[in-house]
Design a protein around this ligand. Structure first.
Ligand SMILES: Cc1cc2nc3c(=O)[nH]c(=O)nc-3n(C[C@H](O)[C@H](O)[C@H](O)COP(=O)(O)OP(=O)(O)OC[C@H]3O[C@@H](n4cnc5c(N)ncnc54)[C@H](O)[C@@H]3O)c2cc1C
Length: 485
């Protein structure tokens, strides 16, 4: 029986392990952390559970291909899905916009707010509807498809092709200027990167509007641990707290790994499912490179990374009647090298297991600059002081917006890009893959490294812009490539 050594027990590694076991291969996962799941995780603080990942999960709609895969890997088997009513609510210059997931309601609402934007609003709804039945490719990797299968895939994308053509060369920041209303412009930018291709906006709305972007009950950590359970139930082996230091190469063939204690483990195939930068620079010691990755790593403007500061607050009070996702204005406060005056507040009351009875968890998120935090981290005292003063500014902003919460915020937990780097090895703290910008190439990487045999990569970095479905699918595809040899 062929043996596969999987490096990294995130969603991609667990997916690869599950499909390896299902294919009758022997597999073993080595994960450096003491828990599986990678970036799909959560942590406990003072009786609260801070969910560290899923804001929406593509593939929660029964009947879709991804849903079937999530079921196959045990992540969604018999799990209720929470379907948000909106993508978020934004308060701006005295007005409020809610981005309803019901598209007719959204159209009516936006048109009432800004009748002069009717034409653009209708176009946005039309673009969004074009994506309603869109499914990302998941059956087979392109390199294993026959010509007919490729044609079929192309045909299945015809509805979205016209939107891509229209919006691929436009950034979100540019696209929103087509709207006259300042609050609509502001609202459409929320939760997305302004330099991303504009088609990501209707794509994201469609995912939620179609019911395919719900949130599995129980949260991200439980989601990942169900996959670990599934993997083990199929005979897979997970070794936690075991960092792989190097991949053993013999005659341009990957033959094994070296662990932290120097132990060598050999296998027929090596499957790095960790961050690709770790694979190239650490595990392969820079000896093998890939042109497309090198190009992306050195062109951050075209291939931006996505990282942020995550400020979790435990509140002594029941916030179940409050808005789920709110962005509101505050007095200016310093953030990194600038001043900002907006706070996002995600209210997790929909998931009672995240807070003790009668209490609530909220998380505020701000896009962040990795380099700035890295420099601060050189002086731990300064870094911690930045974290706590940011946390206090967020608390003050929330207490000003909601005076009834004054003095009721009992937990503050701040994670920065360095937290994600430290715990998951996320490249520059980025928890998504390379961003999709108009100048960028968004091709899916085949996971192979030129000149190196018996090594197949998996993970979100192969399929920009990343996310859980890409981790799931690339893990499965790596095994299909091995089996298809
Ligand atoms: C705050 C946040 C919110 C997010 N929200 C969403 C969302 O709403 N929807 C969505 O789809 N996605 C979301 N994501 C992204 C999603 O979490 C990632 O796309 C996905 O988890 C990546 O999975 P992966 O397996 O490719 O990589 P990772 O999760 O990075 O897993 C890699 C694993 O490899 C391990 N590892 C690294 N180096 C080694 C080594 N040398 N030896 C052994 N093990 C090693 C790491 O510890 C890690 O466990 C979010 C992420 C974050 C952090």
């Amino acid at each position: 029986m062929k043996k596969i050594i999987i490096i990294g027990g995130g969603i991609a590694g667990l997916s690869a392990g599950i499909y390896a076991q299902k294919a009758g291969l022997q597999s073993v996962v080595y994960e450096k952390h003491i828990i599986s799941g990678g970036e799909c995780t959560g942590w406990d603080r003072k009786g609260f559970h801070i969910d560290g990942c899923i804001h929406w999960l593509t593939g929660t709609k029964p009947g879709t291909k991804l849903y079937k895969l999530w079921e196959e890997v045990g992540a969604l088997e018999n799990i209720d899905i929470y379907q948000p009513e909106s993508f978020g609510t934004i308060e701006y210059q005295g007005k409020t916009v809610t981005l309803w997931t019901d598209l007719d309601k959204l159209k009516k609402h936006l048109t009432e707010i800004s009748p002069e934007d009717q034409e653009e609003i209708e176009k946005l709804i039309k673009y969004t509807k074009a994506y309603l039945n869109f499914e990302m490719p998941s059956d087979k990797p392109m390199d294993q498809m026959s010509l007919m299968e490729k044609i079929k895939l192309g045909m299945s994308m015809k509805d979205v092709a016209f939107v891509m053509n229209k919006l691929q060369k436009v950034t979100i920041a540019e696209y929103v200027t087509r709207f006259k209303s300042p609050i609509i412009r502001e609202a459409l930018k929320v939760g997305l990167m302004e330099n991303y291709c504009a088609y990501t906006l209707p794509f994201t709305y469609a995912t939620l509007a179609s019911g395919n972007g719900g949130i599995p009950r129980g949260g991200s950590k439980a989601f990942a641990l169900r996959m670990e359970e599934k993997y083990k139930s199929l005979g897979g082996e997970v070794n936690l707290g075991q960092e792989v230091k190097e991949i053993i190469i013999d005659n341009d063939t990957a033959t094994g790994i070296i662990l932290g204690d120097g132990a060598k483990v050999y296998g027929d195939y090596i499957l790095p499912a960790c961050d690709t930068n770790i694979t190239f620079e650490k595990l392969l010691k820079g000896k093998y490179q890939d042109e497309s990755f090198s190009h992306k790593y050195t062109n951050e403007e075209t291939y931006p990374l996505f990282s942020g500061v995550y400020i979790a607050l435990g509140i002594d009070g029941d916030l179940s009647s409050y808005t789920k996702d709110l962005v509101f204005e505050t007095a200016q406060f310093p953030f990194e090298d600038k001043d900002i005056n907006q706070i996002s507040m995600k209210n997790y009351s929909y998931e009672p297991s995240f807070a003790p009875k009668g209490k609530s968890l909220v998380i505020s998120y701000i896009n962040a600059n990795y380099k700035w935090w890295k420099e601060k981290r050189e002086n731990l005292k300064e870094y911690n002081s930045e974290k706590s003063s940011l946390g206090n500014n967020i608390i003050e902003g929330i207490e000003t917006r909601f005076p009834e919460l004054k003095g009721k915020i009992t937990l503050l937990d701040v994670a920065t890009p360095l937290t994600f780097e430290r715990y998951c090895g996320a490249y520059k703290g980025s928890y998504m893959s390379f961003g999709s910008t108009p100048k960028g190439d968004q091709k899916i990487h085949d996971g192979k490294i030129k000149g190196l045999k018996n090594l197949y990569m998996a993970g979100q970095w192969l399929m920009p812009p990343g996310g859980l479905p890409t981790a799931l699918v690339t893990g499965k595809w790596a095994i299909q490539r091995i089996c298809g040899k």
